[in-house]
Design a protein around this ligand. Structure first.
Ligand code: DON
Length: 350
């Protein structure tokens, strides 16, 4: 369970000094209880033995990933890193990439570009729609865009919007953007890319439909391929936490210092994560944590406590909605212990 400390703008040294004056034993215990590393370690221990959920297997390569893989990383906006478990083994980023391709298009073309072409709604249904009870979030009509960039139709169309004169140019931009957010050069996991390319007929059908309805302007095959590549990018829990912390820090990577997304565009990205990041369970997740988040079927979840921290957990077994079971438990426990819920502002104990 490693801890890497960077800048310490927050108050550990001061707290330690007060401890000596006021009473060593009492405050030391309190300090330990609110120490982010202790909280991360405790969550790791608490959920390490949890065996709920099952690896995704509709992409054959994902079924082969070790279900015991479990890593937690928390990164504050001033660059402190707290980890537990395996934060080095890579999994495919999968749908978490949708956040960063959405952010990239918003960065390149403005907040309105995605809102007008794709939509930023949680569902495509009217407030009193009866049919939506059956057809919820598969409505891809010819009317006003009422999707969002975090579900497959909207995500594939969003990927098609990334600028680039050729597929290679667009791909280099996508990989470059993800790498800047993660703070290191990322690469595709070739086995996952091949496995998903061989079995993604459903996404191909969605791509063709999105062209037919005008959400994709040309070459749906290229859009689906780029989308499949972005989903196959390899990341570990630490990478994902840096990416989440970049969003928490107003678009600047708190570890490398590089500017990735304009601060004025980050709230739009977080809003879509809050409404749609965990699919069917987005509302339940928000109710319990208040955190904009995004899951991937590779087993990762990122979550953002704006202006405080980004957190990520990798654990492949998923629940029925397609969200990592242990990641949900661990992130909720850690964030709630740290006062991370933006709807319940308290003095952060970090
Ligand atoms: O398109 C797919 O099915 C996958 N590449 C991504 C799905 C995914 O990650 C959904 N996440 N919870």
């Amino acid at each position: 369970m490693g801890t890497t400390q960077k800048f310490t703008r927050w108050t550990w040294p001061l707290t330690a000094a007060v401890t000596i004056v006021v009473g060593v034993w009492t405050l030391t215990a309190q300090q330990a209880a609110s120490n982010p590393q202790t909280i991360v370690d405790n969550a790791y221990k608490q959920f390490q033995t949890l065996k709920e959920g099952k690896n995704a297997d509709y992409i054959p390569a994902l079924a082969k990933v070790d279900p015991n893989l479990f890593g937690i990383a928390l990164i504050t906006v001033d660059g402190k890193v707290y980890t537990a478990g395996d934060v080095k083994t890579q999994v495919s980023i999968q749908s978490i990439s949708k956040v960063f391709t959405m952010a990239q298009v918003i960065q390149e073309q403005g907040l309105e570009s995605v809102e007008k072409r794709i939509g930023v709604d949680a569902t495509g249904a009217r407030f009193n729609s009866i049919i939506a009870v059956e057809a919820i979030r598969t409505v891809v009509g010819a009317g006003a865009p009422e999707m969002n960039p975090l579900v497959n139709p909207g995500a594939i169309a969003t990927t098609s919007m990334v600028l680039g004169a050729s597929a290679d140019e667009a791909w280099n931009r996508i990989l470059g953007f993800h790498s800047a957010a993660a703070g290191r050069q990322l690469f595709i996991l070739a086995d996952v890319y091949k496995s998903e390319s061989d079995t993604n007929q459903r996404n191909q059908a969605i791509g063709a439909l999105m062209l037919a309805y005008g959400y994709i302007k040309h070459n749906w095959q290229q859009a689906v391929d780029l989308y499949t590549r972005q989903c196959s990018i390899g990341v570990n829990a630490r990478d994902l936490a840096v990416m989440a912390a970049t969003l928490a820090f107003g678009g600047r990577n708190p570890v490398t210092g590089s500017h990735v997304i304009d601060a004025s565009r980050v709230p739009g990205v977080l809003a879509v994560m809050a409404t749609a990041g965990l699919y069917d369970d987005s509302g339940k997740w928000l109710y319990h944590t208040g955190l904009p988040a995004k899951s991937g079927v590779g087993g990762g979840i990122i979550a953002v406590s704006p202006a405080k921290f980004g957190i990520a957990v990798v654990s492949p077994p998923l629940d029925i909605a397609g969200n990592s079971v242990r990641a949900q438990y661990a992130i909720a426990a850690i964030s709630n212990a740290l006062g991370g819920n933006p709807f319940a502002p308290t003095v952060a104990s970090l």
